[in-house]
Design a protein around this ligand. Structure first.
Ligand SMILES: Cc1cc2nc3c(=O)[nH]c(=O)nc-3n(C[C@H](O)[C@H](O)[C@H](O)COP(=O)(O)O)c2cc1C
Length: 229
């Protein structure tokens, strides 16, 4: 990861192919599909397969939510990459109680051995595997530095660190102080959470982040990528 990456975030109900294309045309280096549950893909759920469709050759990571290794292997066996596909991104950030109850999203943050196995399965199929994560399921896990354990223990191609824990809402300020220690692991770190200005990009570059991911600000105005370049 040599150049600084500007990524358009996975966003349920928002990051459809049309908006992904708009973000790309405005300078986003890559885009993400909204989260798709692998259990539903394995069941051949039509609307879930539509979520991961890449109808035009736009650089796109497919975001998946999975805990069961057999399901992941079954899905990957069926999967055929379309032009534009860059790799898979594992969701370790969704804080929804329904998702947590299934052991997915933020619930996976502390399961480092499990996450490493999931990432390895994807990589063994020849695909890039990255992670999008929060700092922990809650304040306690954040204080225990669950995020740092995970980054150290898992060989993902890059880690998108949304600098909030799972109990924090969008109005709570993200904690940018974590990026320095995340970067010190030597892994590829992408920052996420309330990034809207060129000054912030300059700060993140100085810390050593390899990129920034933009969500809500890009939904409001996809030309933000052109301004941040
Ligand atoms: C409506 C909405 C849907 C989202 N859907 C997803 C999703 O499917 N997968 C995911 O990893 N994050 C999802 N997120 C989180 C965003 O990707 C991003 O991490 C968060 O909005 C913080 O970045 P921002 O301040 O630039 O918006 C969603 C956020 C919102 C507001």
């Amino acid at each position: 990861m040599n150049t600084f990456h500007l990524m358009f975030a996975p966003m349920e109900g928002q990051s459809d192919p049309a908006l992904r294309e708009q973000c790309y045309n405005n300078g986003a280096t890559s885009t993400f599909t909204e989260m798709a549950r692998v259990a539903a893909l394995v069941r051949n759920n039509k609307s879930t397969w539509e979520k991961i469709d890449i109808p035009k050759e736009i650089p796109t990571y497919i975001q998946i939510s999975v805990v069961n290794e057999n399901n992941l292997a079954r899905f990957l066996h069926k999967f055929e990459p379309q032009p534009g596909f860059l790799g898979f991104n594992l969701n370790l950030g969704c804080p929804s109680p329904k998702v947590i109850q299934k052991g997915l999203g933020c619930a996976l943050l502390k399961r480092t051995a499990k996450v490493q196995r999931l990432i390895k399965i994807i990589q063994q199929h020849g695909y890039s595997a990255s992670i999008k994560m929060r700092l922990g399921l809650n304040q306690f896990e954040k204080e225990k530095k669950v995020y740092l354990n995970l980054i150290n223990a898992v060989d993902a191609d890059f880690f998108i660190v949304h600098a909030r824990h799972g109990m924090e809402r969008d109005k709570d300020a993200p904690d940018w102080s974590v990026y320095k220690e995340c970067v010190a692991t030597g892994k590829n770190i992408i920052a996420n959470g309330d990034i809207t200005t060129k000054e912030q990009i300059t700060e993140l570059r100085a810390i050593g982040c390899k990129g920034a991911m933009i969500g809500r600000a890009a939904v409001e105005d996809p030309t933000i990528f052109a301004r941040l370049k």
